[in-house]
Design a protein around this ligand. Structure first.
Ligand SMILES: Nc1nc2c([nH]c(=O)n2[C@H]2C[C@H](O)[C@@H](COP(=O)(O)OP(=O)(O)OP(=O)(O)O)O2)c(=O)[nH]1
Length: 148
């Protein structure tokens, strides 16, 4: 689906896609190195859609540019957040097809987090709100396995 929407005041709506990249029951978290308001906070790697791109294409391009990996966007997660007027953040689940992620651009650290570790990093607020949906994509937490 091409992104050509507009906000109610007719500002063109640009979409940012963040990717919950899953491998072996863990999700990749990335620590932003810039800009200042979000530097040091953790997010799902991704970026802004270019004109004519689908959300899946945006995510797959951004993951290649930022992490050097080939990935496939699987499905959109529920919810949408306004980063600032005219910029709407959405999240997708994605799977790693090839390559080992490296923080090539925008990030200075990467971590694979299991379900029990999702709270262990300082997420950007919007990202924190999507964590329950991300948790559903991961292997059960160790303590849940031990309990049952
Ligand atoms: N990529 C990404 N951006 C997020 C997340 N959560 C969140 O609030 N944001 C915000 C931070 C930025 O203000 C904006 C996305 O900008 P970006 O810098 O990632 O976009 P981009 O790679 O296309 O960069 P550029 O065009 O500005 O150079 O959305 C997230 O999980 N992933």
């Amino acid at each position: 689906m091409e992104q050509t929407g507009r906000t109610p005041d007719a500002t063109p709506l640009r979409i940012v896609v963040g990717g919950a990249l899953i491998r072996d029951g863990r999700v990749l978290a990335a620590r932003r190195s810039a800009p200042a308001p979000v530097a040091g906070r953790w997010e799902f790697p991704g970026g802004k859609a270019e004109p004519g791109e689908t959300e899946a294409q945006t995510l797959e391009r951004e993951l290649l540019e930022e992490l050097g990996v080939r990935a496939r966007a699987l499905r959109r997660l529920p919810g949408a957040w306004t980063v600032r007027p005219g910029l709407e953040l959405r999240f997708w689940a994605a799977e790693l097809l090839a390559g080992e992620p490296s923080p090539l651009a925008d990030h200075d650290e990467l971590r694979w987090l299991g379900a029990a570790e999702l709270d262990s990093v300082d997420w950007i607020e919007h990202d924190r709100e999507v964590l329950p949906h991300v948790a559903e994509l991961l292997a059960p937490a160790d303590d849940a396995q031990a309990a049952g």
